[in-house]
Design a protein around this ligand. Structure first.
Ligand SMILES: *[C@@H]1O[C@H](CO)[C@@H](O)[C@H](O)[C@H]1NC(C)=O
Ligand SMILES: *[C@@H]1O[C@H](CO)[C@@H](O)[C@H](O)[C@H]1NC(C)=O
Length: 418
């Protein structure tokens, strides 16, 4: 401040000194000096106010300013734009260039796009399900899928002898669920080169499933979120909509007199179950944001996935009948809606199942409450499906006595199995 004042003063006195001293000029000079003083005073006041304000702000919110300065955009602004790579991929890269192009090589830069369309298979993998995981991966690799396995039982070495093991990515974290892994390792910016993401459980039989043909169906039908239908003869089925309808290519709704008399809402229309979902890139970007960091069982989320369908969930969410799988329904930790890990030391299988189920049930409730609260408190949010939702609710009220209404609200596997 002192500096600023001196500066202005010297300019002013310079002006005085340079003029010749006729009275009118003198008046002018005085006026200039007066204005200088006023300007300097105002500048001083503003600066002083800002200083005090910042001081108070920092006292009130000690972390805000440091958080802001850590935000990504602030930091990368210092980098020349051309060097910035805001996204990544799951492609393995050779340590040095090889002459023969391999599956993971590409000619057009380093982002894995050179190979044409890329897709990702991400699945939980426990040693006890090694056989079925092996069969699944061997179906997907010839279709140029990138494969990432989530090992939840600490066994990674035991997979080494499989011929495809070195071309898959192995992530290991003890006792974690598929949704936990997906939230941590499949950030949309990291998997943005993949057109479709298959986030599968391991207990699936793929005899009648071909990934390439499945993708063709999904693309031609415009499905952003989908799942293969379940073979009803051999699968554990929790929701009728997942049952394969023979002779069809795809179905998007189910109608039955008990649970889905005429419902436009999930899980009767526009709904897939958690064991074998397939997401388009944009649907995954949304779904990743829907996964809660602390709710590792993913229960209840299936009911809201339709909001990630990038439009009308009645059209963009569907079950593919022409390519179908068997759902063994084996209770593993990796499973999304399945409830109990096998063999956790110190607890019998039954204990673990009960504990795990209890946790999943409470997570279901927490998720629903969180959603309702978020919907209430976001003034800018309008439920795009409010029409179908409210119709559904009215229907339910007519059908069921008031005290059972709450149970009816959650016709996910959770509520059904209890
Ligand atoms: C997989 O990639 C190879 C090598 O780029 C290519 O020749 C082949 O046609 C691709 N296969 C499919 C099913 O896209
Ligand atoms: C996690 O897994 C390890 C090894 O299987 C086991 O010893 C431990 O009890 C598990 N912990 C929980 C909380 O499930």
């Amino acid at each position: 401040m002192r500096f600023l004042q001196d500066f202005h003063w010297s300019r002013c006195s310079f002006a005085v000194g340079c003029g010749n001293s006729s009275p009118s000029k003198m008046k002018l000079h005085l006026r200039v000096i007066a204005s200088c003083i006023v300007v300097v005073f105002i500048l001083y006041q503003i600066t002083n106010f800002q200083y005090l304000h910042t001081k108070i702000e920092t006292k009130l919110h000690p972390f805000v300013s440091s958080m802001e300065s850590h935000s990504a955009s602030t930091k990368i602004d210092y980098l020349p734009r051309g060097i910035v790579q805001a996204s990544s991929d799951m492609e393995l890269k050779p340590l040095w260039p090889t002459k023969r192009p391999t599956l993971k090589d590409d000619d057009e830069g380093d982002d894995g796009r050179g190979l044409g369309p890329r897709n990702l298979l991400a699945m939980s993998a426990g040693l006890e399900q090694r056989g079925s995981v092996d069969l699944i991966v061997r179906k997907f690799l010839p279709e140029n899928f990138t494969v990432i396995l989530f090992h939840y039982d600490g066994n990674v070495d035991a997979w080494r002898d499989l011929h495809w093991s070195t071309s898959a990515i192995h992530v290991s974290a003890l006792n974690q669920t598929k949704w936990w892994f997906a939230k941590r390792f499949l950030h949309p910016d990291v998997v943005s080169i993949y057109d479709y993401i298959f986030l599968w459980d391991e207990d699936l039989g793929v005899e009648n499933f071909h990934p390439g043909r499945y993708l063709n169906v999904v693309k031609s039908e415009g499905l952003e979120i989908s799942q293969p239908a379940l073979d009803p003869r051999r699968s554990e089925i929790h929701h009728k909509i997942t049952t394969r309808k023979e002779g069809l290519l795809v179905h998007r709704k189910v109608q039955d007199n008990v649970r889905c008399p005429d419902s436009e809402a999930p899980p009767c229309t526009g709904w897939v179950e958690g064991m074998a979902p397939v997401f388009s890139r944009s649907a995954w970007r949304c779904a990743w944001h829907l996964i809660q960091n602390d709710l590792i069982h993913g229960w209840g989320m299936d009911m809201k996935l339709g909001y990630c369908a990038q439009g009308d969930r009645r059209k963009k969410v569907g079950v593919v009948d022409s390519e179908f799988v068997v759902h063994w329904g084996i209770r593993t930790l990796g499973g999304s809606s399945s409830s109990a890990p096998k063999r956790i030391r110190g607890m019998s299988r039954g204990d673990v199942r009960v504990e795990s189920r209890r946790r999943a049930k409470s997570e279901l409730r927490i998720f629903q409450d969180r959603w309702d609260e978020a919907a209430r408190e976001d003034p800018g949010w309008v439920d795009p499906f409010r029409h179908t939702s409210s119709r559904r609710r009215r229907q339910r009220r007519r059908q069921s006595p008031p005290d059972s209404a709450a149970e009816e609200e959650e016709p996910t596997k959770a509520a059904k199995e209890i």
